[in-house]
Ligand binder design. Structure first.
Ligand SMILES: [Zn+2]
Length: 133
């Protein structure tokens, strides 16, 4: 499977920690949106798209994001005692590569596109979109 298109939304210089958003297309058939180029400790890496986890209020079933402490609908306490277990992650991946090699390939191609956009010296004072590949 090959990346046939990379679309980057470059954020203004100084945007931290997200430097750009990416959409990648595989074999002109499948697009994955909302990958993020993140700068952490002077290193760039690519984060896969994810979403916040939710859980329902025990009383009224209104869904809430995991760190919420009280129901916004009925005011019920959302503490259940299970939030300190291993399954207390606040976000889950929507899509992710299954091998380290494929992850490295995706990251390399996206970061190459990002660096070539920077090298082109385009004015990034506002978010801009670039197509690569
Ligand atoms: Zn409730």
């Amino acid at each position: 499977m090959k990346i046939t298109k990379i679309r980057l939304t470059m954020l203004p210089p100084g945007s931290m920690p997200v430097c750009a958003y990416a959409t990648i297309t595989f074999d002109d058939q499948l697009a994955i949106h909302d990958l993020r180029i993140i700068r952490k400790d002077e290193r760039l890496f690519v984060a896969m798209p994810n979403r916040k986890r939710t859980r329902p209020c025990h009383k009224c079933q209104t869904p809430h994001t995991i760190p919420s402490r009280f129901c916004s609908n009925c005011g019920n306490s959302l503490r259940s005692g299970s939030e300190h277990t291993a399954n207390s992650r606040t976000h889950v991946d929507i899509a992710h590569p299954l091998t380290a090699e494929f992850r490295a390939m995706i990251e390399r191609e996206i970061l190459d596109s990002y660096h070539s956009n920077l090298a082109n010296g385009t004015d990034l004072s506002k978010a801009e979109v670039f197509d690569n590949v």
